[in-house]
Write a protein that binds this ligand. Structure first.
Ligand code: R5P
Length: 327
């Protein structure tokens, strides 16, 4: 718990990130900002701030996960609302930044949606952004306002270190070539070997895991990725390493997107544990995989970052090795 100037700071929560925002406030020892979001019968949203924010340093916590568009719109409206209420500075705290996978034109006539979202947040009135494990680190450059890009790796590594004795020989497996840097950072920190799966993607939803580079025989495989979405990547890779003689598979990711066939796939996969964080709430939807799920909290990480920003102290010590951004 840190001591934070209660009068000058306000931390608000979008509906989908309320639990996380409450934990952040508990860590910072400040009350959750008073505000609420309502929906008109046609689906339009309205946000109302229920306390004075004039001249205050305001933070809005809301991940833009499923339903992505509704959460994004709520975040934009919250920011607009705070700007019109004369907040001194508005920081969008977006633990999971959606639309990040569309970060470049890799074929003709497609959008760069990550840039569009960056423009929208700035146009709405955000002065600063805090986020965790962007899908691609260069998305920071899409903003002309400061972005504090945090990493969940220290939180995940701390947990794995606490169970390290039970794991025996471990090998860190990158489920695709783009994630090697992260897997390598985990391997260095945890003292394991490294293996790589050369993943071939058939389409946005269909994966074909092709070649395994490295040795997993007789070892516990630890696989890390920035997010598990439909779980095709992780479960395909888990199946493959078991065929190559691994004894167990533990998967870890910063963001439990978990949509589509994810639950069924994880349930029936050889993955014994999925270690993740609360950047996206798991709640009831994750009940089918409850026995395999370990959810760690990033509340302390975010609370510490917010406190340091508010007090004009360095945030860089939170940027530890193991950044799971790709490319
Ligand atoms: C891909 O580049 C990402 O890091 C993840 O590997 C991917 O988003 C996971 O998607 P899915 O769970 O649908 O295979």
């Amino acid at each position: 718990m840190v001591k934070t100037d209660r009068d000058q700071i306000r931390v608000f929560a979008g509906r989908a990130s309320r639990d996380l925002a409450e934990s952040i406030c508990a860590y910072m020892n400040v009350p959750l900002g008073q505000g609420h979001t309502d929906m008109f019968p046609d689906g339009e949203l309205i946000v109302k701030i229920d306390e004075d924010v004039r001249g205050r340093d305001c933070y809005v916590v809301l991940s833009t996960h499923h339903p992505v568009n509704a959460n994004l719109m709520e975040l934009l409206i919250y920011i607009d609302c705070l700007r019109r209420a004369s907040a001194r500075r508005i920081t969008a705290v977006v633990p999971y930044f959606g639309y990040a996978r569309q970060d470049r034109k890799d074929e003709g006539r497609v959008p760069i949606t990550a840039k569009l979202v960056a423009n929208m947040l700035t146009a709405a009135g955000a002065n600063r952004v805090i986020t965790i494990d962007l899908h691609a680190a260069q998305i920071q450059g899409f903003f002309d306002i400061p972005v504090d890009h945090l990493v969940a790796a220290p939180v995940i590594i701390e947990h794995i270190e606490s169970i390290r004795d039970q794991l025996g020989d471990i090998v860190l497996v990158s489920p695709d070539v783009g994630n090697v840097k992260t897997a390598n950072a985990f391997a260095t920190q945890l003292g394991g070997d490294l293996a790589i799966i050369d993943k071939r993607r058939k389409s946005g939803t269909e994966i074909e895991s092709a070649n395994l580079i490295g040795d997993v025989k007789g070892k516990t495989v630890l696989m890390v990725d920035d997010q598990v979405s439909t779980a095709g990547t992780m479960c395909g890779a888990a199946q493959m390493v078991m065929e190559y003689g691994a004894t167990d598979v533990i998967a870890a990711c910063s963001h439990p997107v978990l949509v589509g066939l994810a639950m069924e796939r994880i349930q029936s996969s050889p993955i014994s544990q999925l270690i993740t964080t609360d950047t996206i709430p798991c709640g009831l939807r994750c009940e089918p995989i409850q026995e395999k799920l370990v959810v760690l909290s990033v509340a302390e990480l975010l609370g510490e970052a917010i406190s340091r920003i508010h007090e004009n102290r360095s945030v860089s010590s939170l940027f530890k090795p193991g950044n799971s951004s790709k490319r």
